[in-house]
Design a binder for this molecule. Sequence first.
Ligand code: PEP
Length: 261
Amino acid sequence: MRPVIITANWKMNTTPADAGPLAADIAKATDVANVTRIICPPYTNIAAVSAAVEGTGVLVGAQNVHAEAKGAYTGEISASMLKGLVPWCIVGHSERRRDQFESDELVGQKVVQLVEAGISPMMCCGEQLEEREAGAALATVQAQVKASLETVLAAGNGLPSDLVIAYEPVWAIGTGKTATGADAAEMANAIRATVADLAGAEYAESVPILYGGSVTADSFGEFIAEPSIDGALIGGAGLKPDQMTVIAAIAAEAAAARAAA
Ligand code: PEP
Protein backbone atom coordinates (compact mmCIF):
# COMPACT_ATOMS: atom_id res chain seq x y z
CA MET A 1 0.00 0.00 0.00
CA ARG A 2 1.27 3.47 -0.88
CA PRO A 3 1.88 5.94 1.97
CA VAL A 4 -0.17 9.10 2.41
CA ILE A 5 2.25 12.02 2.21
CA ILE A 6 1.83 15.72 2.97
CA THR A 7 4.75 17.96 2.07
CA ALA A 8 5.10 21.65 2.89
CA ASN A 9 7.21 23.53 0.34
CA TRP A 10 8.22 26.74 2.07
CA LYS A 11 9.81 28.18 -1.10
CA MET A 12 11.87 31.35 -0.38
CA ASN A 13 10.15 32.06 2.94
CA THR A 14 11.33 31.97 6.58
CA THR A 15 14.69 32.88 8.12
CA PRO A 16 17.09 30.82 10.26
CA ALA A 17 15.53 32.55 13.28
CA ASP A 18 11.86 31.88 12.58
CA ALA A 19 12.02 28.57 10.66
CA GLY A 20 12.63 26.41 13.75
CA PRO A 21 9.70 27.71 15.80
CA LEU A 22 7.38 27.47 12.78
CA ALA A 23 8.49 23.90 12.04
CA ALA A 24 7.95 22.97 15.69
CA ASP A 25 4.44 24.45 15.56
CA ILE A 26 3.63 22.54 12.38
CA ALA A 27 5.05 19.31 13.78
CA LYS A 28 2.84 19.66 16.85
CA ALA A 29 -0.20 20.65 14.80
CA THR A 30 0.15 17.68 12.43
CA ASP A 31 0.92 14.93 14.94
CA VAL A 32 -1.27 12.23 13.38
CA ALA A 33 -0.76 8.53 12.74
CA ASN A 34 0.22 6.88 9.46
CA VAL A 35 0.88 10.04 7.46
CA THR A 36 4.35 10.89 6.12
CA ARG A 37 4.93 14.56 6.92
CA ILE A 38 7.72 16.45 5.18
CA ILE A 39 8.81 20.08 5.48
CA CYS A 40 11.02 21.57 2.76
CA PRO A 41 12.57 24.83 4.02
CA PRO A 42 15.16 26.91 2.16
CA TYR A 43 18.67 25.39 2.34
CA THR A 44 19.81 27.92 4.92
CA ASN A 45 17.09 26.84 7.34
CA ILE A 46 17.48 23.06 7.03
CA ALA A 47 19.59 22.85 10.20
CA ALA A 48 17.13 24.89 12.27
CA VAL A 49 14.13 22.92 11.01
CA SER A 50 15.87 19.57 11.50
CA ALA A 51 16.68 20.46 15.10
CA ALA A 52 13.15 21.71 15.73
CA VAL A 53 11.41 18.58 14.39
CA GLU A 54 13.76 16.02 15.92
CA GLY A 55 11.74 13.24 17.54
CA THR A 56 8.43 14.40 16.05
CA GLY A 57 8.43 12.10 13.02
CA VAL A 58 8.44 15.06 10.64
CA LEU A 59 11.00 14.62 7.85
CA VAL A 60 12.96 17.41 6.21
CA GLY A 61 13.51 17.96 2.50
CA ALA A 62 15.45 20.31 0.28
CA GLN A 63 13.71 22.22 -2.50
CA ASN A 64 16.29 21.58 -5.22
CA VAL A 65 19.65 20.01 -6.00
CA HIS A 66 22.21 20.49 -8.77
CA ALA A 67 22.31 18.06 -11.68
CA GLU A 68 26.09 17.60 -11.48
CA ALA A 69 28.00 15.86 -8.70
CA LYS A 70 30.49 18.70 -8.14
CA GLY A 71 32.48 21.38 -9.91
CA ALA A 72 32.51 25.03 -10.91
CA TYR A 73 28.86 25.89 -10.21
CA THR A 74 29.01 28.93 -7.97
CA GLY A 75 26.20 29.11 -5.47
CA GLU A 76 24.85 25.64 -6.22
CA ILE A 77 24.26 22.70 -3.87
CA SER A 78 25.06 19.11 -4.82
CA ALA A 79 23.40 15.91 -3.66
CA SER A 80 26.50 14.89 -1.68
CA MET A 81 26.27 18.20 0.23
CA LEU A 82 22.69 17.30 1.21
CA LYS A 83 23.54 13.72 2.16
CA GLY A 84 22.98 13.22 5.85
CA LEU A 85 21.12 16.53 6.12
CA VAL A 86 17.83 15.63 4.44
CA PRO A 87 16.06 12.39 3.54
CA TRP A 88 13.99 14.12 0.79
CA CYS A 89 14.47 16.60 -2.03
CA ILE A 90 12.03 18.22 -4.48
CA VAL A 91 13.18 18.41 -8.10
CA GLY A 92 11.62 19.98 -11.18
CA HIS A 93 9.32 22.42 -9.40
CA SER A 94 7.58 24.55 -12.02
CA GLU A 95 9.03 27.73 -10.50
CA ARG A 96 12.50 26.39 -11.31
CA ARG A 97 11.42 25.23 -14.76
CA ARG A 98 10.10 28.79 -15.29
CA ASP A 99 12.93 30.81 -13.72
CA GLN A 100 15.96 28.56 -14.31
CA PHE A 101 14.69 27.00 -17.56
CA GLU A 102 15.04 23.48 -16.20
CA SER A 103 14.27 20.81 -18.80
CA ASP A 104 12.73 17.39 -18.22
CA GLU A 105 16.12 15.79 -18.90
CA LEU A 106 17.87 18.03 -16.37
CA VAL A 107 15.22 17.07 -13.81
CA GLY A 108 16.00 13.41 -14.57
CA GLN A 109 19.72 14.07 -14.00
CA LYS A 110 18.85 15.58 -10.62
CA VAL A 111 16.96 12.43 -9.70
CA VAL A 112 20.06 10.40 -10.62
CA GLN A 113 22.20 12.55 -8.30
CA LEU A 114 19.73 12.13 -5.45
CA VAL A 115 19.58 8.35 -5.89
CA GLU A 116 23.37 8.16 -5.73
CA ALA A 117 23.30 10.15 -2.48
CA GLY A 118 20.50 8.04 -0.97
CA ILE A 119 18.04 10.96 -0.89
CA SER A 120 14.44 10.31 -1.89
CA PRO A 121 13.32 12.31 -4.94
CA MET A 122 9.99 14.15 -5.15
CA MET A 123 9.74 14.90 -8.85
CA CYS A 124 7.30 17.59 -10.01
CA CYS A 125 5.46 17.83 -13.31
CA GLY A 126 2.50 19.82 -14.59
CA GLU A 127 0.95 21.54 -17.56
CA GLN A 128 0.51 25.23 -18.38
CA LEU A 129 -2.99 26.71 -18.66
CA GLU A 130 -2.79 26.95 -22.47
CA GLU A 131 -1.89 23.27 -22.65
CA ARG A 132 -4.93 22.32 -20.56
CA GLU A 133 -7.19 24.61 -22.57
CA ALA A 134 -5.91 23.04 -25.78
CA GLY A 135 -6.78 19.57 -24.47
CA ALA A 136 -3.09 18.67 -24.26
CA ALA A 137 -2.68 18.41 -20.48
CA LEU A 138 -2.37 14.63 -20.26
CA ALA A 139 0.02 14.34 -23.22
CA THR A 140 2.16 17.23 -21.94
CA VAL A 141 2.61 15.80 -18.47
CA GLN A 142 3.11 12.26 -19.76
CA ALA A 143 5.87 13.56 -22.04
CA GLN A 144 7.54 15.38 -19.11
CA VAL A 145 7.50 12.28 -16.92
CA LYS A 146 8.69 10.04 -19.76
CA ALA A 147 11.63 12.31 -20.66
CA SER A 148 12.75 12.70 -17.05
CA LEU A 149 12.45 9.02 -16.20
CA GLU A 150 14.14 7.92 -19.43
CA THR A 151 17.09 10.04 -18.31
CA VAL A 152 17.05 8.22 -14.97
CA LEU A 153 16.86 4.84 -16.72
CA ALA A 154 19.76 5.78 -19.00
CA ALA A 155 21.97 5.98 -15.89
CA GLY A 156 21.59 2.20 -15.71
CA ASN A 157 20.18 1.53 -12.26
CA GLY A 158 16.46 1.40 -12.97
CA LEU A 159 13.98 3.69 -11.28
CA PRO A 160 14.27 4.40 -7.54
CA SER A 161 12.00 2.49 -5.19
CA ASP A 162 11.40 5.70 -3.20
CA LEU A 163 10.36 7.94 -6.11
CA VAL A 164 7.40 10.25 -5.48
CA ILE A 165 5.78 12.24 -8.30
CA ALA A 166 4.00 15.53 -7.58
CA TYR A 167 1.47 16.59 -10.21
CA GLU A 168 1.21 20.37 -10.03
CA PRO A 169 -0.75 22.13 -12.78
CA VAL A 170 1.26 25.31 -13.26
CA TRP A 171 -1.85 27.48 -13.48
CA ALA A 172 -2.91 26.30 -10.01
CA ILE A 173 0.32 27.08 -8.15
CA GLY A 174 0.00 30.11 -5.90
CA THR A 175 -3.09 31.30 -7.78
CA GLY A 176 -5.90 30.14 -5.49
CA LYS A 177 -7.23 28.02 -8.38
CA THR A 178 -7.17 24.24 -8.10
CA ALA A 179 -7.73 21.38 -10.48
CA THR A 180 -10.80 19.30 -9.70
CA GLY A 181 -10.25 16.06 -7.83
CA ALA A 182 -11.46 14.18 -10.91
CA ASP A 183 -8.99 15.97 -13.23
CA ALA A 184 -6.11 15.36 -10.81
CA ALA A 185 -7.08 11.68 -10.56
CA GLU A 186 -7.26 11.35 -14.34
CA MET A 187 -3.77 12.86 -14.53
CA ALA A 188 -2.43 10.54 -11.81
CA ASN A 189 -3.73 7.56 -13.78
CA ALA A 190 -2.10 8.88 -16.95
CA ILE A 191 1.21 9.40 -15.12
CA ARG A 192 1.08 5.84 -13.74
CA ALA A 193 0.39 4.52 -17.25
CA THR A 194 3.54 6.29 -18.46
CA VAL A 195 5.56 4.95 -15.55
CA ALA A 196 4.17 1.46 -16.21
CA ASP A 197 5.29 1.64 -19.85
CA LEU A 198 8.81 2.40 -18.65
CA ALA A 199 9.12 0.19 -15.60
CA GLY A 200 6.13 -2.12 -15.37
CA ALA A 201 2.69 -1.95 -13.78
CA GLU A 202 3.80 -3.22 -10.37
CA TYR A 203 6.39 -0.49 -9.99
CA ALA A 204 3.96 2.17 -11.26
CA GLU A 205 1.38 1.12 -8.69
CA SER A 206 3.98 1.56 -5.94
CA VAL A 207 4.81 5.19 -6.82
CA PRO A 208 2.95 7.73 -4.68
CA ILE A 209 1.50 10.62 -6.69
CA LEU A 210 0.75 13.88 -4.89
CA TYR A 211 -1.39 16.77 -6.08
CA GLY A 212 -0.09 20.32 -5.71
CA GLY A 213 -1.58 23.68 -6.59
CA SER A 214 -3.26 25.97 -4.07
CA VAL A 215 -4.07 23.10 -1.71
CA THR A 216 -5.71 24.33 1.49
CA ALA A 217 -7.60 22.86 4.41
CA ASP A 218 -10.77 23.41 2.36
CA SER A 219 -9.60 21.76 -0.87
CA PHE A 220 -7.37 18.89 0.29
CA GLY A 221 -10.27 16.52 0.99
CA GLU A 222 -11.33 16.54 -2.67
CA PHE A 223 -7.90 15.28 -3.76
CA ILE A 224 -7.19 12.66 -1.13
CA ALA A 225 -10.68 11.22 -1.72
CA GLU A 226 -9.31 10.03 -5.07
CA PRO A 227 -7.69 6.58 -4.71
CA SER A 228 -4.99 7.44 -7.27
CA ILE A 229 -3.84 10.54 -5.29
CA ASP A 230 -1.64 9.87 -2.27
CA GLY A 231 -1.30 13.30 -0.70
CA ALA A 232 -0.30 16.85 -1.47
CA LEU A 233 2.60 19.20 -2.11
CA ILE A 234 1.55 22.36 -0.33
CA GLY A 235 3.00 25.83 -0.79
CA GLY A 236 1.23 28.78 0.83
CA ALA A 237 -0.83 26.72 3.28
CA GLY A 238 2.33 24.83 4.28
CA LEU A 239 3.47 27.91 6.19
CA LYS A 240 0.29 27.98 8.29
CA PRO A 241 0.01 25.60 11.25
CA ASP A 242 -3.79 25.97 11.41
CA GLN A 243 -4.13 24.94 7.77
CA MET A 244 -1.70 22.06 8.22
CA THR A 245 -3.63 20.80 11.28
CA VAL A 246 -6.74 20.26 9.18
CA ILE A 247 -4.83 18.86 6.20
CA ALA A 248 -3.03 16.35 8.44
CA ALA A 249 -6.26 15.29 10.12
CA ILE A 250 -7.89 14.67 6.71
CA ALA A 251 -4.77 12.81 5.56
CA ALA A 252 -4.89 10.59 8.66
CA GLU A 253 -8.53 9.74 8.02
CA ALA A 254 -7.70 8.81 4.44
CA ALA A 255 -4.74 6.69 5.53
CA ALA A 256 -6.92 4.83 8.04
CA ALA A 257 -9.65 4.26 5.43
CA ARG A 258 -7.12 2.98 2.90
CA ALA A 259 -5.57 0.63 5.44
CA ALA A 260 -9.01 -0.75 6.32
CA ALA A 261 -10.11 -1.23 2.67
C1 PEP B 1 4.01 24.49 -4.44
O1 PEP B 1 4.81 25.22 -3.89
O2 PEP B 1 4.41 23.44 -4.97
C2 PEP B 1 2.60 24.88 -4.48
C3 PEP B 1 1.75 24.03 -4.98
O3 PEP B 1 2.27 26.11 -3.99
P1 PEP B 1 0.79 26.60 -3.58
O4 PEP B 1 0.21 25.52 -2.71
O5 PEP B 1 0.98 27.89 -2.87
O6 PEP B 1 0.01 26.73 -4.84
